[in-house]
Design a protein around this ligand. Structure first.
Ligand code: ADP
Ligand code: MG
Length: 701
């Protein structure tokens, strides 16, 4: 490693301790290397100069070379603004400042030559630029020339301390001037040659100081490739390692338990997709290698049954199974529906959650260690250290994105042998994202819903149609149906949201007065047992309306509920809306999803609502969600740590580079599975470095 890059950022010329602290806090930049890897978010062509005469307000960013003639102040504090008259001899343009007036007055003198850059507007008939970027012509000398000027993200706090994009560019400049040796390469030479990639040193230089558009493009490609390639290599290496090192438990036979269930207890015939996935799992289980498989299936595709039937195979081979769900409600629901499907079969099954009484816990622990308990279903409680199995062979993790890779690993630790692992996700995610999020897993997809389901009708109403909506709900209740009404709950505005929920409940109670109508209310602030109770009343049909925050999002199953009303639907993400919609349409009746929104919709919100109305395909929706929001905001990616700091690649946009990097990583490992050939030594070192920096999985829960 280059010692210079490891230095504290405060030692970089011009930075010092005070700014260093701001860098730490605001941008997470601690070392010189962190700064080096703090990349511009855009570039502006600085080779083209405009004369003021040429400017028209439809132009994007433009630059002009000229002088400030005088300053005037307009308006009263706090709306005071400073206007600098700027001319190049062909006309006059106003430079307008709302903030940092003192700084501007002290630093930019009338009469001196400056280059200004910004977006032109027209205000009261005259041209202006608000908060232009200003650079003295004489100061431009001595700087590394960049025809494409980089722009770096800053924060309000930084700006008020005079650290602007331009300041950061200066520090980058100092860094490169100060850098005495070349930056160590991270990829093997043969890869660079084969893919015609520029070296790391050149790429990093060009990302900050593009020498030409072509050099920038190549630098971006190289750095994106490197970033994605190393992730893929790491994931695939883990996969290969497991495959080559860990002998899997062999579930060689499908025996009495499975067959008995199949012939006498199966409540309906399996869909072809369910059959296909069970077959894939069976093959893994018998292969002698440890299984690590993700089953993706849209809400309602029947994953629980797949889970159950594969656990029966474990029983037939003398092993215990454990199924983990992210919430108590879900774990309980799995337990109940599996118990029901098992009927009087001689299979033992227990539920373990945070609220399992101590006595019951002890009893469960006993039966787990003496091997008489076949299936344990539960929440996080099942990974506590006190829970020990006699012979755990099969682990199922439902809605895995809420658990994270580290917790998966924790389940393995508690067992002498590594169990087979099945991950089930009801959040369809685009293939590219799956490749990264679950890159070390094999993937099965249940791409078919059980027969007889009527497609859900999705309707968008503006808030003014509330009475119409209420009328429709009354009709449905007349028909014996039940209804969900969901309110958004977003952490930052939790208080406001609860207010919305309360107001909503009042309005609903007025429109649906008891005793004719009864409603259940469930929200995150209730105690678990209160929630359970309210849910149960709804499930048993004792209440017709369930008003809830998004706690009901995942997995809740009430077949008689046929209407999902989503309030302030514009505030939900697309995948979340789709998840919520999946709560209905589980019975034989026509189901409806009603999206209530205000009139004011952002462009993106409108697209989300339109997509919901137009399609019910979870994968299509996931692709669009990824496009609209970018992977960082996607449900699940944050928790799993994968929004991790991708510094330059974008999982939504760089899908081709992602595929290319995965193929390339596969090829490298096929030629050298253990990365022990001399030419790959550099990769082992690089992976070691990146791993040290990686997310601390322990923090994610
Ligand atoms: P999810 O994939 O969302 O977990 P579930 O396992 O909860 O879906 O199944 C949704 C509903 O479909 C349940 O009521 C379940 O009993 C039913 N179901 C599952 N498989 C079939 C099938 N092959 N035929 C008919 N109904 C099925
Ligand atoms: Mg489910």
């Amino acid at each position: 490693m280059n010692k210079y890059l490891e230095q504290d950022i405060k030692f970089l010329p011009g930075v010092g301790p005070k700014r260093a602290e701001l860098f730490n806090k605001e941008l997470n930049i601690y070392t010189v290397e962190d700064l080096l890897y703090f990349f511009p978010y855009k570039y502006i062509d600085r080779t083209r100069f405009y004369t003021i005469k040429e400017i028209d307000p439809s132009l994007p960013n433009i630059q002009v070379r000229g002088k400030i003639t005088r300053y005037t102040k307009e308006g009263k504090k706090p709306k005071e603004r400073l206007i600098a008259k700027f001319t190049d001899g062909t006309g006059i343009i106003d430079l307008v400042f709302f903030q940092g007036l003192k700084f501007v007055l002290e630093n930019y003198e009338p009469g001196k030559e400056y280059i200004i850059l910004g977006k032109p507007n027209v205000y009261n008939g005259s041209l202006n630029i608000i908060h232009p970027d200003i650079e003295a012509v004489d100061k431009m000398e001595g700087q590394i020339n960049a025809s494409l000027q980089p722009f770096y993200n800053t924060t309000e706090k930084l700006k008020s301390n005079f650290i602007t994009s331009r300041t950061i560019q200066k520090f980058q400049n100092n860094l490169w001037k100060d850098l005495k040796q070349r930056i160590d390469e991270k990829l093997p030479d043969y890869l660079l040659k084969r893919h015609n990639l520029p070296g790391l040193h050149e790429s990093l230089f060009n990302i900050h100081f593009p020498q030409s558009p072509e050099a920038l493009r190549r630098a971006q490609f190289r750095l994106k490739f490197e970033e994605l390639f190393l992730i893929q290599l790491d994931l695939l290496k883990q996969k290969y390692n497991r495959y080559h090192k860990l002998d899997g438990l062999i579930f060689g036979k499908v025996g009495e338990t499975f067959n008995n269930f199949y012939s006498h207890y199966l409540p309906f015939s399996l869909t072809n997709a369910q059959k296909k996935v069970i077959k894939e799992i069976r093959k893994d289980l018998g292969s002698g290698k440890q299984m690590n498989r993700l089953v993706q299936g849209d809400v309602g595709s029947g994953k629980t049954l797949v889970a159950l039937m594969t656990m029966l195979i474990a029983i037939d081979n003398g092993f215990q199974s454990c199924m983990m769900a992210p919430t108590e409600i879900l774990a309980t629901q799995h337990y109940n529906s599996i118990k029901k499907m098992l009927g009087d079969m001689p299979v033992t099954i227990e539920l373990l959650t945070g609220s399992t009484p101590k006595k019951k816990r002890t009893n469960i622990a006993e039966n787990l260690t003496n091997g008489s308990l076949h299936i344990l279903i539960g929440t996080h409680a099942v990974i506590e250290d006190t829970v020990r199995f006699d012979n755990l062979g099969f682990v199922i993790i439902d809605e895995q994105h809420r658990f994270g890779v580290g917790q998966r690993a924790k389940l393995w630790e508690k067992n002498p042998q590594t169990p087979h692992v099945l991950v089930m996700s009801a959040t369809p995610i685009p293939r590219t994202l799956a490749m990264t999020l679950y890159g070390d897993l094999d993937i099965s997809v249940i791409d078919e819903l059980p027969p007889g389901r009527k497609p859900i009708k999705t309707i968008h109403y503006y808030d003014s149609k509330r009475l119409v909506m209420f009328g429709f709900l009354r009709q449905q209740i007349e028909l014996g149906r039940q209804i969900y009404i969901v309110y958004p709950l977003i952490k930052e505005s939790e208080k406001l949201d609860y207010k919305d929920l309360e107001d909503g409940c009042e309005a609903i109670a007025r429109a649906f007065p008891p005793p004719k109508y009864v409603m259940s209310v469930v929200h995150g602030k209730m105690k678990a047992n209160e929630k359970e109770y309210a849910m149960r009343l709804f499930k048993e049909g004792k209440t017709q309306i369930m008003v809830a925050t998004t706690v009901i999002e995942v997995g809740v199953d009430v077949p008689n509920a046929s209407v999902m009303v989503i309030e302030s639907a514009e505030r939900f993400g697309l995948s979340q809306l789709h998840q919520l919609r999946g709560r209905v349409g589980r019975g034989a009746d026509q189901s409806y999803c009603i999206l209530m929104t205000s009139y004011k919709l952002s462009e993106d919100a409108r697209k989300r609502i339109e997509a919901m109305v137009n399609t019910s395909d979870g994968f299509e929706i996931a692709e669009l969600d990824l496009k609209l929001r970018g992977p960082g905001d996607l449900e699940g990616t944050q928790q799993s740590g994968l929004a991790f700091d991708l510094k330059i690649a974008n999982l939504a946009k760089d899908t081709q580079i992602l595929q290319f990097s995965r193929d390339s990583a596969t090829e490298v490992l096929e030629n050298d599975p253990t990365l022990s050939k001399p030419e790959n030594k550099i990769l082992v070192e690089t992976l070691g470095q990146t791993r040290n920096k990686e997310v601390n999985w322990g923090q994610i829960s």
